[in-house]
Write a protein that binds this ligand. Structure first.
Ligand SMILES: C[S@@+](CC[C@H](N)C(=O)[O-])C[C@H]1O[C@@H](n2cnc3c(N)ncnc32)[C@H](O)[C@@H]1O
Length: 313
């Protein structure tokens, strides 16, 4: 299987890594292995533990495994990061670098059979790995209000109620089973100006994002995992997170702020917290780092990426 994923902001990521000191690293979102490979080739890595919930990651890990004995891939969710470490040969190890490049890889989006793409006909699935939910079940069985809430909450789609109503109307005639079928239903619910070609964002973008986030429980995954990193990071160790949409970025920003002694909550998805948490982090990137114009030109999927970095103190 050919790796179709182009790693995003890899140069910015590696600019934070120490060049000579021996380091232990977790790549919590291995994907096609782009970050892992570059880091193993260029840095003095003691051990690199990679995690990915998608079983296809095992295919991309093969070549790396054959070249590097200090590389291990675990096919699991990153919300179990602490358990993964403690149930493996890494038990009681602390890490110097923990990387997250969240969202989906091109190997997932561009495979029509996975059901992530509104541009390619495929089954309504959207599972990144093992999950008790799938898009078909949600679209065809959830009550209209529940569906509208999901589309609004996880897609920030202002036409969520209209879209949910139309989905329910259409599924009474015939179950909705194909991504293009769903995409066409959504298209009809949005005002004409949102459907014009000059509008760069596809009208189904927000609804597909919402369903995907819900199917994979992505926001809870991120929150749980970030909390756990604090227990397995070395003093002076770095957490680097690349996110691709505002809900995720807010979670990262809040997590960094709260744990660096600030009292601030930007997202309604983040639970209420005590006034001030113990200071465990220092924020390294006051503002997120964005991809360069040339990277966006070369890889348009990088355009919404934001990199935030914090250091354990
Ligand atoms: C954007 S890709 C990472 C690409 C990688 N940095 C590279 O250079 O090839 C995101 C990956 O994270 C994985 N992923 C997303 N959520 C996850 C989770 N909760 N636990 C584990 N892996 C997850 C996806 O399956 C996907 O392979």
């Amino acid at each position: 299987m050919k790796n179709l994923h182009k790693s995003v902001m890899i140069n910015e990521i590696i600019s934070f890594l120490p060049l000579t000191r021996s380091i232990n690293i977790i790549d919590a979102t291995f994907g096609g292995g782009g970050y892992t490979k570059t880091i193993l080739e260029k840095f003095n890595v003691n051990q690199l533990l990679a995690i990915d919930r998608d079983p296809i990651s095992k295919i991309f890990a093969k070549e790396i495994e054959s070249k590097f004995s200090n590389f291990t891939l675990i096919n699991d969710k990153f919300s179990r990061i602490e358990e993964i470490v403690n149930n493996s040969k890494f038990k009681d190890k602390k890490f110097d670098i923990i990387l997250f490049d969240i969202g989906t890889s091109s190997n997932q989006i561009d495979n029509a059979q996975r059901g992530f793409s509104f541009n390619k006909s495929g089954p309504l699935d959207m599972r990144m790995g093992a999950s008790d939910k799938n898009a078909y079940d949600i679209i065809n069985n959830y009550e209209e209000k529940n569906l509208a809430d999901i589309i609004y909450q996880y897609g920030e789609e202002r036409y969520s109620r209209v879209i949910a109503k139309e989905i329910v109307k259409k599924r009474k005639i015939k179950f909705i089973s194909d991504t293009i079928e769903l995409s066409n239903i959504i298209k009809k619910c949005l005002p004409k100006k949102n459907n014009q070609l000059k509008n760069k964002t596809h009208p189904a973008t927000k609804t597909f994002q919402a369903i995907r986030i819900y199917v994979n429980d992505e926001l809870s995954e991120l929150k749980t995992s970030l909390e756990k990193t604090l227990k397995i990071l070395n003093k002076d160790g770095l957490i680097l997170v690349v996110s691709f949409q505002s809900l995720e970025d807010r979670i990262v920003k809040d997590f960094f702020n709260h744990n660096s002694g600030k009292r601030w909550r930007s997202s309604r998805h983040y639970p209420e917290l005590p006034d001030k948490l113990a200071t465990q982090l220092k924020i390294i990137t006051k503002k997120p780092i964005l991809p360069s114009a040339s990277e966006i030109l070369e890889n348009p999927r990088s355009r919404s990426a934001k990199l935030r970095v914090a250091q354990k103190i």
